[in-house]
Design a protein around this ligand. Structure first.
Ligand SMILES: NC(=O)C1=CN([C@@H]2O[C@H](COP(=O)(O)OP(=O)(O)OC[C@H]3O[C@@H](n4cnc5c(N)ncnc54)[C@H](O)[C@@H]3O)[C@@H](O)[C@H]2O)C=CC1
Ligand SMILES: O=C(O)CCC(=O)C(=O)O
Length: 532
């Protein structure tokens, strides 16, 4: 995508395997694993890079992104992207991608390890034994077999934990509003509501992301609903459990034990749970195995290289996926969609209400979400300064603009046709285009009237009544003002009906020329247009 070799900065402790992948793929890479902790220095140098590869220590804030003038992609070697300001990245057109599966097994295994550590008090027994105490009667454990394991959030990791639980002969129940009955059946788990899980589980393990709905999902109230003697494992995100309420429940003996890998504040050098005899803690080690770190490092380096070198997008959290094979096919249509949007946007003078994009023929088989995003970016750009293909759909939604797509695989007059219909407070206007051989986008209809024009850097759009004499007067106004006409495309719906002209001019037509054209009898609208 860039003429020079793209440059990537690795600012966290990624496996060195990533460095090798970047180099093998022809991407320049700087490996500075300590930089994630030094925000000022990161902000000072981020402007030099096209890509930033991170784990969880680097916090990609809006301030860092302000300096990231060349940044195109952030790759998270892992799952959670809560250390990246996604809206700020999207607003700058930066793709944010993660590696959603590379560390799932490892993290699930850590949850199971913590469950055993709790059941048999292994960390405390180890410390006591190595202190020479031999306290054989102090550490009485509980058996796992036959116990009920309550899984909150049964996605990738929760699903693996559930399967392992079944393998350990546990009764597994799961609370996850998005878990389908078929998947529950496949995993061998019973799908239940949260209250039932709280009441029945001997062990509760959390595997949801931290969202407004899941924050404090184990609140003081919900902890009070749990079975006496429950043991709680959090290997997902700090903030899912009210730590102070849990400490109180541990102190009272209602909760028999808790094992936490993640904390509401990290790095957790102090925490209300620390020091309780029945608490086991690890420093966010869920993903910390050689295998998982190699998986996520390789995957993030491949994904980032694919994007920077070939335009392929995989596992982006703020843009639809595009394969390396699709990227070159999409490219001319992305340009077409942007230009159709730009055409409509430049003609729009009142508030936008809705946008309908119709894809017909071969283009209907491509990733139309990416094309719609491009059309909306083109449409909004004349009105809003900082909109881009990544941020456009959410910017449009925030403004209440309804976006609709229609897909028709059948070919009409053209192999591929995109029609953008924009409804404003004042009117509905449609514009259609296609891509001819050689990848050149062309406009083929405006308001249903056929034309055939390439979109040149400087153009004039005129709509008028189809009456004799217009072309002669128009040409002499431009000629007398020294404005050279490069190409001239005309269309009309019927003889004597509505006509349109799309005229490519060299340089810009000055305002007095526009006014003079507007004064030609029968002219309804004249608009200078610019296309990048
Ligand atoms: N400790 C560590 O080092 C690691 C932690 N993680 C964290 O583990 C968590 C889970 O990761 P994955 O399983 O890969 O994610 P996932 O997206 O595959 O699964 C999350 C599940 O939570 C469910 N969910 C969402 N809202 C819910 C709600 N209100 N109530 C109940 N369930 C809800 C979803 O339906 C989904 O099935 C993430 O927060 C991730 O960041 C991931 C890897 C390593
Ligand atoms: O990179 C790490 O060690 C943290 C992993 C994690 O929390 C995640 O992938 O969501």
């Amino acid at each position: 995508m860039t003429a020079r070799a793209p440059r990537v900065l690795i600012s966290d402790a990624l496996s060195p395997a990533a460095v090798q992948i970047f180099r093998d793929r022809g991407v320049e890479v700087d490996f500075q694993p300590e930089l994630g902790k030094d925000r000022d220095r990161l902000a000072a140098i981020i402007g030099d890079y096209d890509g930033l590869a991170i784990r969880s220590a680097t916090k990609v804030t809006a301030k860092i992104l302000e300096n990231a003038r060349n940044l195109k992609v952030i790759g998270r070697a892992g799952i959670g992207v809560d250390n990246v300001d996604i809206p700020a990245a999207s607003a700058r057109g930066v793709i944010v991608m993660n590696t959603p599966f590379g560390n799932s097994i490892t993290t699930a295994e850590h949850a199971i390890a913590l469950m055993f550590a709790l059941a048999r008090q292994i960390p405390a027994a180890d410390a006591s034994t190595q202190a020479g105490k031999w306290e054989k009667n102090r550490f009485m454990g509980v058996e796992i077999t036959g116990k009920t394991l309550g899984v909150i959030g049964c996605g990738n990791i929760g699903g693996i934990v559930a399967e392992r639980g079944v393998g350990l002969r546990m009764k597994v129940i799961a609370y996850d509003p998005f878990l389908s009955p078929e998947r529950a059946l496949d995993l061998g788990v019973e799908k239940v509501e949260l209250d039932e899980l709280l009441a029945r589980a001997d062990f509760i393990t959390l595997h949801t992301p931290l969202t407004e709905k899941t924050r404090n999902i184990l609140s003081a109230e919900n902890l009070a609903r749990t079975k006496k003697g429950v043991r709680i494992i959090n290997c997902a995100r700090g903030g899912l459990v009210d730590e102070a309420a849990l400490r109180a429940a541990l102190d009272s003996g209602h909760v028999a034990g808790a094992a936490f890998d993640v904390f509401s504040e990290e790095p957790a050098t102090q925490n209300v749970l620390f020091g309780h005899p029945n608490v086991v803690c690890t420093p966010h080690l869920g993903a910390a195995t050689t295998e998982a770190q190699e998986n996520v490092a390789l995957q993030v380096a491949e994904q980032m290289s694919d994007y920077l070198l070939r335009g392929a997008i995989q596992n982006a959290v703020n843009f639809p996926s595009i394969t390396a094979e699709e990227a070159p096919k999409l490219k001319p249509f992305i340009e077409l969609a942007d230009k159709l949007g730009s055409f409509a946007g430049q003609l729009t003078e009142t508030g936008l209400k809705s946008v309908h994009v119709t894809y017909e023929g071969s283009v209907a088989g491509l990733k139309v979400k990416a094309l719609t995003a491009s059309a909306i970016a083109g449409l909004l750009r004349p009105m809003l300064q900082d909109v881009n293909v990544v941020s456009a759909p959410s910017v449009a939604r925030e403004r209440g603009i309804v976006i609709e797509e229609t897909i028709r695989e059948a070919e009409g007059e053209y192999d591929a046709l995109i029609t953008l219909t924009v409804t404003t407070e004042g009117q509905t206007r449609s514009v259609s285009g296609t891509v001819f051989a050689g990848g050149r986008p062309r406009i083929v209809a405006i308001k249903g009237i056929k034309v055939d024009a390439e979109l040149a850097p400087s153009m004039l759009y005129v709509s008028n009544e189809d009456k004799p004499g217009f072309i002669g007067r128009f040409a002499s106004i431009l000629g007398e003002a020294g404005v050279n006409i490069a190409t001239f495309a005309l269309g009309r719906d019927a003889p004597g009906g509505s006509a349109i002209a799309l005229v490519e001019v060299d340089g810009e037509a000055p305002q007095p020329v526009i006014e003079a054209v507007k004064a030609i009898p029968g002219v309804k609208q004249v608009k200078p247009l610019r296309f990048a």
